[in-house]
Design a protein around this ligand. Structure first.
Ligand code: B12
Length: 211
């Protein structure tokens, strides 16, 4: 029996041994509970964020938390990205928006999109709107996914949607995701869709690819 509450706590306490042992146990059992384990790890990251806000953790702890989360994703990636790869093979863009350097969530979304047959052009982190527009133009991309974890990422997402409008590229569909994204943020930015879970992203992109 995997104790997911203990896993979340261990992640929050940056207890690498317990996190790694627990995730290896999840994989040894076939990886069926990898999504649940990922949710627990994210809960642990919320604990880290809270301790940082309270002044108990410092930037060094955030960096270590980022490394531990990357290690967690690495251990579980085969089980998380368990699509059948038979998707529509549509090319799309994914990146973290300008001024935001967080990429762990983006990388999870990327792995899952690729496992579902998408060809993902990953522009990386801190990507300005004009670079995204230029790439979409050059590669004839019709689907763009924007990631952001900072509150100010919403401004960069809006700037990106505005840049597509200004370029007259209204046929490009844009989905936004990441912790601060919500229905309200979606309205503010003018994006076509929003999601927290990679599963909803895949479903939406598949629908758009079929249009
Ligand atoms: C690790 C971490 C870092 C690492 C990042 C390492 C890396 N390679 O990404 C480092 C140390 C670099 C970092 C830096 C900073 N951080 Co930081 N960080 C975190 C932390 C602890 C975890 C983030 C994370 O990886 N979560 C796990 C992933 C898996 O979750 P996720 O990104 O949300 O992704 C999931 C979903 O959102 C979704 N998703 C993600 N992207 C997309 C995209 C699409 C299209 C879709 C549909 C879905 C989707 O799918 C993912 C899987 O389910 C958070 C706390 C928290 N609760 O998240 C703070 C946090 C985000 N950081 C914060 C801050 C303040 C900072 C710094 C300003 C600190 C500083 N003083 O320097 C800098 C900012 C640097 C910058 N300009 O970006 C604040 C942000 C506050 C705010 N509201 O704006 C947080 C919330 C901590 C806090 N509570 O104060 N950070």
């Amino acid at each position: 029996m995997i104790d997911f509450e203990k896993l979340a706590q261990a992640m929050g306490e940056l207890d690498e041994d317990t996190v790694v042992e627990t995730l290896e146990a999840v994989m040894a059992e076939g990886g069926g509970e990898a999504s649940k384990a990922m949710e627990a790890c994210q809960k642990g990251m919320d604990i880290v964020g809270k301790l940082f806000e309270d002044g108990e953790y410092f930037v060094g702890d955030l960096i270590y938390a980022g490394e531990l989360m990357t290690q967690a994703v690495e251990i579980m990636k085969d089980a998380l990205a368990s699509g059948d790869g038979s998707g529509p093979k549509t090319k799309m863009i994914l990146c973290t928006v300008k001024d935001d350097l967080h990429d762990i969530g983006k990388n999870i979304v990327k792995a899952m999109l690729e496992a579902n047959g998408f060809e993902v052009i990953d522009l990386g982190i801190d990507v300005p709107a004009d670079k995204i527009v230029d790439t979409a133009k050059a590669e004839n991309i019709k689907i763009v996914a924007l990631s952001g974890v900072l509150t100010l990422a919403i401004d960069s997402m809006k700037a990106t949607v505005d840049a597509f409008k200004a370029a007259g590229m209204d046929d490009v569909k844009i989905i936004i995701g990441g912790a601060p994204v919500s229905e309200a943020a979606c309205k503010v930015t003018g994006a076509d869709e929003w999601a927290h879970s990679p599963q909803k992203t895949i479903q939406t992109c598949k629908e758009w690819a079929a249009d």
